[in-house]
Write a protein that binds this ligand. Structure first.
Ligand code: ZN
Length: 214
């Protein structure tokens, strides 16, 4: 057994940057035989946007691809290779259903579809990764705004407003620093508004649950 197959198409969506790996689709294509090695690709308007290679083992699949992300290695291509466990559950008429076990650390959820990001993981893990990335970006913006405030000799803390042009600083430099400060403050405030929105959403959920039980 074995061999390399290619030309498989993963998904047709172009706008979504999450590539999905549906174990049912791959299984229906008859590719999940131990020893088999094939590539799976995503296309958009007839052009290949991403390719990964999969090596099937008895109860797992090894994913092999390269990832390019601004958050790691400064935008360099990063080789990725890891094992995703397969799980089988019986279904009607003696058949069996295949599942991925989410490979994210501490997860292991049994799912039909994995979504890549840097790592292929279940939907919940992807949401968490996205949220923490956003949060890190917001925090960075706040820190950068404070660094600029320091250069401008302004009181620390974006809530303290604009402290004016320091004596001896060129107007041009001042306007540049001030504009950058504005931009970081905007990002930081947008992040805070998002967090407040999430908190409000959770409170509404709790209220709704409370109303149902009373
Ligand atoms: Zn997961």
């Amino acid at each position: 057994m074995g061999g390399f197959g290619s030309g498989r198409q993963g998904g047709g969506r172009c706008t979504d940057d999450l590539r999905s790996l549906d174990v049912r689709k791959i299984n229906r294509a008859g590719l999940l035989t131990p020893g088999r090695w094939f590539s799976w690709q995503w296309t958009c308007n007839g052009e290949t946007t991403a390719t990964i290679s999969l090596q099937v083992e008895t109860n797992s699949v090894v994913l092999d691809y390269r990832n390019r992300s601004a958050h790691h290695n400064g935008g360099e291509w990063e080789p990725m290779r890891y094992t995703v466990a397969l799980d089988r559950t019986p279904c009607g008429f003696g058949g069996e259903r295949l599942w991925w076990r989410c490979p994210a650390v501490g997860c292991g959820r049994r799912v039909a579809v994995l979504y890549g990001g840097r790592v292929f993981a279940c939907r919940q893990c992807n949401h968490l990764a996205y949220a923490s990335q956003r949060e890190a970006a917001d925090d960075r913006a706040t820190r950068r705004a404070d660094k600029l405030r320091d250069r401008l000799g302004w009181e620390p803390g974006i809530w303290n407003g604009d402290g004016g042009k320091p004596k001896g600083m060129h107007s041009r430099t001042y306007w540049q620093l001030q504009a950058r400060h504005e931009a970081f403050v905007g990002m930081s405030l947008a992040g805070m508004a998002r967090k407040l929105g999430i908190v409000r959403g959770r409170l509404e959920d709790i209220d709704a649950a409370f109303d149902r039980t009373n």
